[in-house]
Design a protein around this ligand. Structure first.
Ligand SMILES: NC(=O)c1ccc[n+]([C@@H]2O[C@H](COP(=O)([O-])OP(=O)(O)OC[C@H]3O[C@@H](n4cnc5c(N)ncnc54)[C@H](OP(=O)(O)O)[C@@H]3O)[C@@H](O)[C@H]2O)c1
Length: 214
């Protein structure tokens, strides 16, 4: 699959490398090809990885991952150009500077605001309630880390589910895009546990289920 990744930081580069290893064609869209993060990406000898402008990456991808800080979202979507019809994956947490609160919500979410800005895109929230480094190593003993996804387009969600499962996630569809309000709060819990409760970033959420009985 052709995937455009806007932002070559911790989340974008980790997901891009994982998908490239599995045969997907990745074009990173960056604003500055000289940045240290982009230079280290370019050192990877993987023919599935290319670097281009933000609009080139956006027009390349059947799927586009928006891996930039919340503050950069409006400008980045403007620079991306027409995203209508694209599957737009949103891993973004709109965090306050002390990482304790969300600065969007509670009656909306970053995902819903992104859907308003990227008219016609099929937005799917995913990968936001886990640490970027852990995205490259999702096995915890006998368990796989969960990613919770939500969105209003079932076809788009099934493609994101497949991309997540290929990387090693168990995937839970938590419903419509408005449930991103819950997932963005779940990220706050992850941050609290990892940093203020000092559990470290090597943690992930897992929902336990029973098939029958008690
Ligand atoms: N880090 C995590 O553990 C984690 C986990 C889950 C979700 N998230 C979310 O994922 C998103 C990305 O996080 P990250 O940790 O990957 O961030 P990061 O390492 O700081 O990387 C951010 C990327 O966005 C680019 N960027 C910043 N401002 C931009 C702009 N105005 N236009 C275009 N590109 C811009 C940066 O480019 P330059 O190199 O040119 O500055 C960089 O490539 C955030 O919204 C975050 O909330 C992060």
């Amino acid at each position: 699959m052709k995937i455009g990744i806007i932002g070559a930081g911790d989340v974008g580069s980790t997901l891009g490398k994982e998908w490239a290893k599995r045969g997907h064609e990745i074009v990173f869209g960056v604003r500055n090809i000289q940045s240290p993060k982009v230079k280290s990406l370019l050192k990877i000898a993987d023919s599935n990885i290319k670097v281009a402008t933000i609009s080139e990456a956006a027009s390349f991808g059947q799927v586009v991952l928006l891996a930039v800080p919340w503050e950069a979202v409006k400008e980045t979507i403007e620079n991306a150009g027409d995203l209508s019809g694209r599957i737009l994956i949103d891993p973004i947490n709109p965090l306050s500077s002390d990482l304790k609160n969300l600065i969007v919500g509670p009656s909306t979410s970053a995902a819903e605001e992104i859907a308003k800005l990227a008219q016609g895109a099929k937005v799917v929230k995913a990968f936001n309630a886990i640490g970027a480094k852990t995205l490259g190593n999702l096995k915890f003993g006998q368990y796989k880390a969960d990613t919770f996804i939500c969105g209003d387009d079932s076809g788009a969600k099934s493609i994101v589910r497949k991309l997540a499962m290929e990387m090693g996630f168990d995937v839970l569809d938590v419903g419509p895009l408005s449930n991103a309000r819950l997932l963005e709060n779940l990220a706050l819990l992850w941050i609290e546990l990892a940093f203020r409760q000092e559990m470290g970033p090597n943690i992930a959420f897992k929902l336990l289920t029973r098939t029958s009985g008690m």
